[in-house]
Design a protein around this ligand. Structure first.
Ligand code: SF4
Length: 236
């Protein structure tokens, strides 16, 4: 494909994103994902942290066998890996596990141990942002589980938008959902959830950067606790 064709494709996708951003802002999550299946065929994927499988479940209703991308940073809780394996075993999805270029041991040798304590932005860039960018190359659109009620930094999350940085359509079908909406969907459809959600972790990331949160506290207060960092860079 020539550069000119690449550029035209990106411009087309951008126009699709902008139109859908207006048209689908108030659409139900399943309708948004059915639109994704109609528009992109199989050239879209769901990204999941395996906190729960709500968006993966919704997407599998829109496109059975849909790709569900999981970033295996090498630092996950065993429960998160177990949730990934359970999703792969029981749901009508194709789990795609992305790994960083370096193992944790190789990263330790190159940058010194516990980079996550000394420079979490660099650690996230190496173990999350870079693998995701490489892993998304074959898709026109990616789906996230972002919700506006996750945190003030996510309060303006659009349902469909143009991801300029990656040249993809970015879809957040449950952006308008609340935690109650998620809980109701999990209960109604028997959706798999990470057992750590019942063990004091309302938001689950890598083990070294996630702690339990007392009831009533900001659910994301346990991520990079004690640091100014609030996001891993995937959604910047
Ligand atoms: Fe590294 Fe922590 Fe980011 Fe995981 S969340 S990639 S351990 S800094």
């Amino acid at each position: 494909m020539t550069n000119r064709q690449n550029e035209r494709t990106a411009l087309d996708l951008k126009a699709v994103a902008e139109r859908a951003g207006r048209d689908l802002e108030d659409a139900p999550a399943l309708d948004v994902l059915r639109w994704a299946a109609d528009t992109f065929g199989t050239r879209w994927c769901v990204t999941s942290s395996m906190e729960d499988a709500v968006v993966a479940h919704l997407a599998s209703r829109a496109l059975p066998g849909v790709d569900v991308v999981f970033l295996d940073t090498g630092y996950h809780f065993p429960e998160t890996i177990g949730t990934r394996d359970a999703v792969e075993a029981v749901m009508d999805v194709n789990v795609v596990t992305l790994t960083p270029r370096r193992t944790v041991a190789e990263q330790d040798a190159e940058h010194g141990p516990r980079l996550h304590d000394r420079d979490p932005d660099q650690c996230c860039a190496l173990r999350k942002v870079q693998p995701l960018e490489e892993g998304l190359k074959g898709y026109d659109a990616w789906v996230t589980g972002l919700r506006r009620d996750n945190s003030p930094t996510r309060a303006d999350t659009p349902v469909v938008a143009w991801d300029e940085k990656r040249g993809k359509v970015k879809i957040s079908p449950i952006a308008r959902w609340t935690q109650d909406d998620v809980d109701a969907y999990v209960a109604e459809h028997g959706v798999l959830t990470n057992p750590l959600l019942q063990d004091g972790y309302p938001s689950i990331g890598c083990a070294p950067c996630t702690r339990r949160v007392p009831a009533g506290e900001d659910p994301r207060a346990g991520r990079w606790a004690g640091r100014a960092k609030t996001e891993c860079g995937l959604h910047g």
